[in-house]
Design a protein around this ligand. Structure first.
Ligand code: NAD
Length: 477
């Protein structure tokens, strides 16, 4: 696979102006399957100029015209979903069923924004000044710089592109170098749908080089990043130094609270599904399982059995439930998390090791009785490791859930409406899902608080993130 013309600048697919490339690796085998051309500073500058001009064209079009183009793009993405799913499985490793699910929902995000962009209403304020007309108008914030990660190559990128375009912004996106092909296909769908040139631009390269150049440019008015907390804080500081708007969707360390009044079988099934989905490389993945005393032993036994039964294999193989990790550095990171937890007194119920020596496979892993001193209780493992902890009361579960600086997603399970309300009110988290998994639909806001970031993607909040507010006060001439 030669990814030698991967840059979309001013409406055409181009080779980078230099000769640098990065390897695209199949995580199921560890072999290099493609060479991706990397941008130079001149390419970044060309994209900035294209986005500047593209914004002028795009903002002048009506919301209805923009909506029609987005709807056409959604239809093309739906037609090509299978191709994109195959790309994601080959380059990122997730099971084909998960990749198909991700590609299947991508058009829904575009359609949501296509409609929502037509409803960027302002308002009329009853004025205290006689004869004055006072109105609030929503306007596109301007050209956007967006950085999306490898764990959900399509889902993370599509929200940024569709949100920005629906609001009337142009965008320069830097999708993940590790999994570029589905992202390129996605951008082609927008192009073929009739997007004017320069409205959507795509760059790949050394992330820090591109982000620093884009954020420093006066052309860019908004930054959107999904990725790790340290990188998010760095980019947020760069944006802040320039007084630029930013949305930061960063890491999480989700608690999964199981009360003593629940049906364990159903919750174990849901918990195992959530934990090992995408091999745990999900920002909203549950990591700390706080289980009430009376059901702790039963939960531990059933969860461990279910984890042992998860079928690990190449994403493209029939029946695979969990694929490899996305890259070799995650293998070392996970091995360290497990060793550290055991050293601090946790019990290894199952897993804990790399599988074989080809590709980046890691066993579904369950640790029990994990003390707070273990590193996995503080740092995001971003992998297939569950940490089980015994708790007494609901109050204790909430207090321990809130003890970390993260606040992205939280899950809680109870039959009591009183306890459910306690969780809804008490958990410090951008998203709280009670008695089911209810996150990440196009019409609902997705985002965190505390170190997990600020701003939301999805829902009406996702459009608002790309709009600025103008107040107009006018009296007759
Ligand atoms: P990393 O911190 O090196 O990179 C995370 C992402 O940020 C990657 O997509 C990378 O390309 C990008 N990035 C890194 N430096 C950048 C810069 N200066 N400018 C712009 N983009 C930059 O970590 P990693 O090893 O690739 O991934 C593991 C960690 O990343 C995990 O611990 C997890 O917290 C985080 N992560 C989070 C999400 C999420 O959905 N919130 C997704 C992927 C990774």
């Amino acid at each position: 696979m030669m990814l030698d013309k991967p840059l979309l600048i001013a409406g055409s697919w181009r080779a980078p102006s230099g000769s640098r490339t990065g390897d695209v690796v199949d995580p199921a085998t560890g072999t290099v399957i493609g060479k991706l051309g990397f941008s130079e500073a001149a390419d970044v500058d060309a994209a900035l100029e294209a986005a500047r001009k593209g914004f002028v064209t795009w903002r002048a079009m009506t919301a209805l015209e923009r909506s029609r183009i987005l709807h056409r793009a959604a239809a093309l993405v739906r037609e090509r979903a299978e191709v994109m799913a195959q790309h994601m499985t080959r380059e990122q490793g997730k099971p084909l069923a998960e990749a198909r699910g991700e590609a299947g929902t991508a058009p829904e995000h575009i359609e949501w924004y296509a409609e929502e962009g037509r409803r960027a209403y302002g308002r009329v304020i009853p004025s205290r000044i006689p004869g004055a007309r006072q109105i609030v108008v929503k306007e596109p914030v301007g050209p956007v710089a967006a950085f999306s990660p490898w764990n959900f190559p399509l889902a993370q990128l599509v929200r940024k592109i569709a949100g920005a375009l629906a609001a009337g912004c142009s965008i320069i996106a830097k999708p993940p170098e590790e999994a570029p092909s589905a992202c390129i296909e996605l951008a082609k769908c927008f192009q073929e749908a009739g997007l004017p040139e320069g409205v959507l631009n795509i760059l790949f390269g050394v992330p820090a080089e591109i982000s620093e150049r884009l954020i420093a440019s006066p052309v860019i008015r908004k930054v959107s990043f999904t990725g790790s907390v340290p990188v998010g804080k760095h980019l947020g500081a760069l944006a802040g130094a320039q007084a630029k708007r930013a949305t930061m969707e960063l890491g999480g360390h989700a608690p999964f609270i199981v009360c003593d009044d629940v049906d364990l079988d159903a919750i174990v099934k849901l918990g195992v599904g959530l934990k090992f989905r995408n091999a745990g490389q999900v920002c909203a993945s549950p990591t700390r399982f706080y289980v009430q005393d009376a059901v702790y032993d039963g939960f531990r036994a059933a969860f461990t059995e279910a984890a042992k039964a998860v079928k690990v294999g190449a994403g493209a193989a029939e029946g695979t439930q969990m694929g490899p990790l996305a890259n070799a550095r995650r293998l070392d990171a996970l091995q360290d998390f497990v060793a550290d937890a055991v050293q601090h007194g946790a019990r290894l119920e199952t897993g804990g090791r790399r599988i074989g020596n080809e590709g980046f496979f890691f066993e579904p892993t369950v640790l029990s009785d994990v003390p707070d001193s273990a590193r996995i209780m503080r740092d995001e493992p971003f992998g297939p490791v569950a940490a089980l902890v015994r708790v007494g009361s609901v109050d204790e579960a909430i207090e321990r859930s809130n003890a970390l600086p993260f606040g992205l997603a939280a899950f809680a399970f109870t039959r009591s409406t009183r306890r459910a309300a306690q969780f809804a009110d008490g958990l410090e988290s951008g998203m709280v899902s009670i008695n089911h998994f209810g996150l990440a639909a196009a019409e609902t806001p997705f985002g965190g608080i505390k170190d997990s970031g600020y701003g939301s993607e999805g829902g009406t909040e996702g459009l608002e993130a790309y709009l600025s507010t103008k107040f107009v006060s006018q009296v007759g001439a």
